[in-house]
Design a protein around this ligand. Structure first.
Ligand SMILES: [Zn+2]
Length: 254
């Protein structure tokens, strides 16, 4: 579940906070009349391999992806390999991918105060825009951790905020705490395919996939180029309309 070595609050209190958060500051999705199910490929943080091998695979199939960027850690080394540099982030935008917000320094929004979250996302936007990029439209919670104060801040700023609990987005799903499925770990590809089948069987649905590094011998939160390529091929074969997270949020009324 956690998307980094730091582990978010897995206590009962943390669980109850995430559950209580689901009831507050909701932004219900409205998805009707879709000719095909929607699918989003997203990369969190994002390591350089997501911007090189990952983007190459996504583009080869004619798709665009969403990159959730913490600008305060750009270029730094990590357990996913080095993070994307400012130049790479700029290049991803020029190539048509979505550059979205992930807080400035990957803070845990389940623990931080509303004021700290607001300051962090505003600082992230300032740095992203200093690269000549437009303001981000969407957000992903670092570690997937959520709180009512985070939702209150993010609801006003972003069309949608993505968490990490599994599910499809359909009418009524909360766009301020949206589900997603990770292509990560040994069974990541199988799990993603399973959820793609569920989406195809569910009218007017949208599935959001995410991963981190895309390389041979990936971290436990990443996948191989072969896995990503097979999933992209499956997306075509299964008739998905592949959209960025911002496009999907727009279609869902976010
Ligand atoms: Zn992250």
């Amino acid at each position: 579940m956690a998307d980094d070595v730091y582990s978010a609050d897995r206590s009962l209190y943390g669980k109850l906070r995430r559950r209580a958060s689901k009831l507050l500051y909701r932004k219900p999705a409205k998805l009707t009349g879709l000719a095909r199910p929607l699918l989003t490929f997203s990369f969190d943080d994002a390591p350089q391999s997501a911007a090189t091998a990952g983007a190459d695979i996504i583009e080869k199939h004619g798709f665009k992806a969403t990159y959730f960027i913490s600008a305060g850690i750009m270029g730094e080394d990590s357990h996913f390999g080095p993070y994307t540099t400012p130049e790479q982030v700029k290049d991803l935008h020029i190539r048509g991918h979505e550059i979205a917000c992930h807080t400035f320094t990957h803070i845990d929004c389940g623990q931080a105060s509303g004021a700290d979250i607001a300051a962090s996302v505003d600082q992230n936007q300032k740095m992203i825009q200093s690269l000549g990029l437009p303001a981000s439209i969407t957000f992903a919670y670092p570690y997937g951790d959520v709180s009512p104060q985070a939702k209150a801040q993010l609801s006003a700023r972003y069309a949608s905020a993505r968490a990490l609990h599994h599910g499809l987005i359909t009418t009524g799903t909360d766009l301020n705490q949206a589900p997603a499925v990770g292509i990560e770990g040994a069974d990541g590809e199988t799990l993603a395919l399973d959820w793609m089948r569920r989406a195809v069987a569910t009218p007017d649905s949208w599935l959001v996939l995410y991963t981190h590094d895309v390389r041979e011998n990936p971290s436990p939160w990443g996948c191989t180029p072969e896995s990503l390529d097979r999933l992209a091929r499956a997306a075509v074969a299964m008739g998905f309309e592949v959209v960025t997270y911002a496009e999907g949020a727009g279609r869902a009324g976010g």
